[in-house]
Design a protein around this ligand. Structure first.
Ligand SMILES: [Fe+2]
Ligand SMILES: [Fe+2]
Length: 317
């Protein structure tokens, strides 16, 4: 009989896997902190996909043409699919989708702060695709190499769809910018509202992000918040120029020495308020999600009853 490995041996095996940049799979031993961090991060990510359907869903019935409606419907449905991949990835860590949903609607788990801002004009559909999905891509491409297998594999599928989302947003804005003065003004006003909240999507500055170092050591995160924010700004500035919109930051300029853009800081007090639940739409988003969950109770009950009945029939056959 072989003795079962000690905690130290298990930890050493885990460390070696991380050190080789190999993936940890659901049945592998993992430290409790690693599991908890992943559940928190993947759940937050899944909730963001699902809550993120609301601000854009707001415009489906008012899309200006059949083509725009079809594109928007497809995009919002993709986000539902992203949520499901991610809830499934989280379930491999021993927590159920039902449990995660209960935590979300009780306000015990977070989702991205960006979805607590309202969508006031149809240009917002374009701006969200361009800036919000664009920021999501910056965040998510490195996560395709994250150390937990199911999370990384979900991200690969999600990233392919996110680039379609970004393009449809940019194409919509480009069409509006070629339109009337009123349409151009609508785009600029929308970009003015979404620019700073988009920068907040990368999370607080590195100095105020105490969990980053551990998450990077575990290979969960591959870049710091500030690195990703810089990457996003550098990617977006030439796109804004091509579009003909002004980014609302007087400190934004190219820094020859750094080979990168300097830019101003978002209002971090506003960010904290939104994260705490005091953003413009927090209450509305959660109330809507709660209502949808309650309205869907009969579907869950019917599915459970059907499964029970099928089992009973099989057992008696
Ligand atoms: Fe998504
Ligand atoms: Fe998306």
């Amino acid at each position: 009989m072989t003795a079962s490995p000690t905690e130290d041996e298990l930890q050493a095996g885990f460390d070696a896997t991380i050190g080789r940049n190999d993936r940890i799979e659901p049945r592998d031993w993992m430290p409790e902190g690693y599991r908890k961090t992943l559940v928190r991060q993947i759940a937050q990510h899944a909730h963001s996909e699902i809550i993120g359907m609301q601000p854009e869903g707001n415009w489906i019935t008012r899309a200006p043409s059949l083509r725009r409606k079809a594109v928007l419907l497809a995009k919002v449905q993709d986000e539902a699919g992203h949520g499901l991949y991610l809830y499934s990835a989280c379930e491999t860590l021993g927590t159920s989708r039902g449990e995660l949903t209960e935590k979300l609607i009780a306000g015990a788990q977070k989702y991205s702060s960006i979805f607590n801002y309202p969508t006031l004009s149809f240009a917002d559909v374009g701006t969200i695709g361009w800036l919000v999905d664009g920021a999501a891509i910056c965040n998510q491409v490195p996560l395709c190499r994250t150390s937990f297998g199911p999370y990384g594999r979900a991200m690969i599928r999600i990233c392919k769809e996110e680039s379609f989302h970004q393009r449809q947003g940019y194409e919509l804005l480009m069409t509006m910018m070629r339109g009337t003065d009123a349409q151009r003004a609508m785009v600029q006003e929308s970009v003015d509202r979404f620019w700073w909240p988009a920068l907040m999507m990368f999370g607080p500055p590195d100095a105020d992000s105490p969990n980053t170092a551990q998450s990077m050591a575990w290979g969960i995160k591959r870049n710091t918040n500030d690195d990703l924010r810089q990457r996003f700004v550098d990617m977006t500035v030439p796109q804004a120029d091509a579009l003909g919109v002004t980014l609302p930051d007087p400190d934004l300029r190219w820094n020859e020495e750094r080979g990168a853009h300097d830019f101003g800081q978002p209002d971090w007090d506003e960010f904290l308020q939104v994260v705490k639940g005091n953003g413009p739409c927090n209450a509305q988003r959660l109330a809507h999600r709660r209502r949808a969950h309650e309205d869907g109770a009969w579907v869950r009950e019917a599915a459970m009853a059907f499964a029970r009945k099928s089992r009973e029939q099989e057992a008696s056959a």
